[in-house]
Ligand binder design. Structure first.
Ligand SMILES: [Ca+2]
Ligand SMILES: [Ca+2]
Length: 485
């Protein structure tokens, strides 16, 4: 077992050596050569659907979860698919100037929305099962999926509805629009989408909208028709009326907020702006650029899947990127307990996550012995413990157990056997027993091995949550009588 583990560690170590020690945030997702990607959506099985374009048309292709190849059979000739949306029931909507719909994972498609010359830019299916389609010129609503369309927000045909979202616990709807003359901004509906009112950011090119768990509304802005043009991220705090510019100097094209209320924005690199993705973990107060593995890209769309992975559509010869790890999952946690029957929690223990002899993160266990690391790159780690608790528990009863093991009267195993090897020789002998007796008699006050032993092994992180519980014991406490405080 130890030999196998060593082999894995050696192999991975070589991999890291070849690729450098720091792992990029993004990796390229290959797409069929010659296709530009316009839009991406992911269903509940984590299958990826992409709207693509070629010089002669476009269509939809998909790649199944864990699949290696793209299925390009869902093709619409002569149509450039500009928008793909998947609702909570895995109905897929794909839009050109028309909108199509599939309820069988893309095998069959039907036209559900009549042609509008300027094209469909946003689709949303609400928690109350109405379907909304945002176009150049307003919003249409259907109380089913595909029929009886009513225009609920009429706009000029130079005003594009780019985003429609819902605060699902209240049913409030928001729409973000761009008007290239004047107007535009953000609209709200309090009556299920039947009527809409403008709530600000007029003359801002609103590309994207997202809500955090407190009901704060964030709008991504990619310019505007005042001078200097507005751009960046604007925040409308819950129950307030004034928008706050929380990030400027960015052409924001897309935005998502994950279940940890982290805000991610996709940015364009046009007009000498720097493209790529930014993140704020403090409701927009501060931002960091997360472009490693991707560089200065012109981001068109940012999508979050149900496991917290991010996908990016870029206007580039490498049009698809995926985050190397989930943005949401607390990746490594666990509890450390004393190796006794009651599993006494080892609180206030300094726990270090180590890789290649470097401390990656460190923390202190809480009253229940629980520790927690998040935001960890894939790889193999060791957990290093520095206990500050006093040594204890060794008595004549323990010495007897070690002696019985040595003469084969009764055998110890695992951490209980290892607790007797106080000189670190790799086995339990009379030399160890003599040291334990001396320490019990206060003739010595340390062991060559130190005071504490933990049975944790290296841990492999591979993008998913790992819970790793393990135990500690004091050297010399074979009968696990010690109850650490
Ligand atoms: Ca020994
Ligand atoms: Ca004991």
């Amino acid at each position: 077992m130890k030999y196998k583990l060593l082999t894995i560690v050696t192999t991975i170590g070589l991999f890291f050596t070849l690729n450098g020690f720091a792992q990029d945030f993004w990796e390229v997702l290959n797409t069929p050569a010659g296709y530009g990607v316009n839009s991406l959506a992911i269903n509940s099985d984590e299958d990826i659907f992409v709207g693509f374009a070629t010089p002669s048309g476009g269509g939809v292709f998909h790649k199944l979860n864990n699949g290696n190849s793209w299925d390009t059979s869902l093709f619409f000739s002569n149509n450039l698919i500009g928008e793909i949306y998947i609702d909570k029931s895995d109905n897929i909507f794909a839009a050109t100037s028309d909108a199509y719909y599939s309820d069988d994972n893309g095998d069959n498609w039907s036209l559900i929305f009549p042609s509008h010359i300027m094209g469909v830019n946003s689709i949303y299916r609400s928690s109350f099962n109405s379907t909304f389609i945002g176009i150049w010129g307003g919003i249409y609503k259907s109380d089913s999926i595909n029929s009886n369309w009513v225009q609920v927000l009429p706009l000029e045909n130079i005003e594009s509805v780019n985003a429609i979202i819902e605060e699902t616990n209240t049913g409030l709807l928001y729409a973000g629009t761009t008007n290239y003359i004047n107007g535009g901004g953000v609209y709200r509906s309090v009556d299920g989408g039947d009527t809409w009112e403008n709530i600000g950011l007029i003359n801002h090119y609103v590309s994207s909208l997202a809500l955090n768990s407190s009901g704060d509304l964030f709008a991504g802005v990619r310019g505007g028709n005042s001078c200097p043009p507005p751009s960046g991220v604007f925040k409308l705090p819950h129950d307030q009326a004034e928008w706050i510019n929380v990030k400027d100097q960015e052409l924001v094209t897309s935005m998502v907020i994950n279940s940890k209320d982290e805000i991610y924005i996709g940015c364009s690199n046009l007009d000498l702006y720097i493209g790529g993705v930014r993140r704020s973990v403090d409701n927009g107060q501060t931002w960091e650029m997360i472009n490693t593995g991707m560089g200065n890209q012109n981001i068109g769309e940012l999508v979050l899947d149900s496991e917290g992975y991010l996908y990016v559509v870029a206007n580039s010869s490498t049009p698809l990127f995926k985050s190397n790890r989930s943005t949401e999952i607390p990746i490594l946690d666990g509890s450390i307990t004393y190796a006794n029957t009651n599993a006494t929690p080892l609180s206030n223990i300094h726990v270090k996550l180590m890789q290649n002899d470097s401390i990656i993160q460190d923390t202190i266990t809480d009253a229940t012995g629980y520790f927690y690391f998040t935001d960890i790159n894939n790889g193999i780690y060791t957990i290093d413990i520095t206990p500050t608790k006093p040594w204890g528990g060794a008595t004549a009863s323990d010495v007897l157990l070690y002696r019985k093991h040595i003469v084969n009267i009764s055998n110890l195993s695992g951490i209980y056997l290892a607790s007797g090897d106080v000189n670190g020789s790799g086995d339990l002998t009379a030399v160890d027993v003599l040291l334990i007796k001396k320490r019990i008699a206060h003739l010595i006050d340390t062991f060559p091995t130190g005071d504490w032993l933990f049975n944790n092994q290296p841990v492999m992180i591979n993008g998913t949550n790992v819970t790793y519980n393990f135990s500690g014991i004091c050297y010399g406490d074979a009968n696990r009588s010690y109850v650490p405080q």
